[in-house]
Design a protein around this ligand. Structure first.
Ligand SMILES: [Zn+2]
Length: 291
């Protein structure tokens, strides 16, 4: 197992990061390119070309973390917001182009699995991760196994008939509408001024962050009541930057919403792997494709 080399690919809206990853999750050679958005075929060709630009001899599998929902039974990528992927048989298309086993996973699930194996949650068996970036993503690991369903945790309702989601989601009152970096930007504009951003809220330790912290705690309380994780990991640019300021209100809401004693015992920690989590997670997905 430890001799295996795989390639992980983190496909983002603006850039693609690919790298050779060993069985311990260590990253070796990497390469990065801008994401091709002209057409689906052009993007799939570009991904194959990028993978082949890495040392490919002895590589046993390739794993992709992709910003779409994934049907693991069929290997179909259901549809992305910012990149031209819509209902394509992603796994078989890439296996055909690369002539090796391919694993695919939602990028947030992949990042959660990386934090579980190598990052903030490496010492626990059960974890939920919430990524507070432009949107809100997440992943769930129970008894050491990644839940490989949709895990669109950002689109869980926390306020009935609340604020609308944006983009492809028609829902209201979802976590993403209250706890994302974009939601924090909107809050900053309303409480500081028209040019303010989430960064200013954090820099000023603005008391309005308590509202986001409360919503986050309500969300976490419900996840605790389903999964009873030992730890919730908070990732994403906004999440990691703001966590210390969010935590007092978050903890208070968790204690109210979560059934005792889970709320008291829950650890809430910042993600540790940063921008590399997606690549490492894609590599781990590749290792599982040949396990
Ligand atoms: Zn939504």
């Amino acid at each position: 197992m430890s001799a295996k080399r795989v390639i992980g690919v983190d496909l983002g809206g603006t850039k693609i990061l690919a790298g050779v990853v060993d069985a311990e999750g260590r990253i070796h050679e990497t390469v990065e390119r801008r994401t091709v958005t002209t057409s689906q075929t052009a993007l799939l060709d570009e991904l194959a070309d990028l993978v082949r630009s890495l040392p490919f001899d002895g590589v046993e599998a390739v794993g992709f973390g992709i910003p779409t929902r994934v049907d693991q039974k069929t290997g179909v990528a259901l549809g992305a917001v910012n990149i031209p992927i819509h209902g394509v048989e992603f796994r078989s298309e890439m296996e055909r182009r690369l002539d090796c086993p391919v694993g695919i996973e939602n990028d947030a699930n992949a990042a959660a699995y990386a934090e579980f194996r190598l990052g903030a949650a490496r010492d626990v068996d059960d974890m939920v991760m919430l990524t507070l970036g432009t949107g809100v993503g997440g992943g769930i690991v129970i008894d050491g196994t990644l839940f490989r369903g949709w895990a669109e945790l950002g689109h869980v309702v926390i306020v009935e008939d609340g604020e609308p989601c944006r983009g492809a989601c028609s829902g209201r009152g979802h976590i993403e509408a209250y706890c994302s970096g974009r939601a924090a930007d909107a809050l900053a504009r309303s409480v500081i001024g028209p040019n303010a951003t989430a960064h200013d809220l954090v820099a000023e330790a603005h008391p309005a962050l308590e509202r986001i912290g409360h919503h986050l705690g309500v969300a976490i309380g419900s996840f605790v009541n389903i999964f009873n994780p030992q730890m919730v990991v908070i990732g994403g640019g906004f999440g990691v930057a703001a966590l210390d300021l969010l935590l007092p209100a978050t903890r208070l809401a968790v204690l109210t919403e979560a059934l005792a004693p889970a709320g008291q015992e829950l650890a809430i920690q910042p993600a540790e792997l940063g921008a590399k989590a997606g690549l490492i997670g894609a590599g781990l997905v590749a290792h599982e494709a040949v396990a």
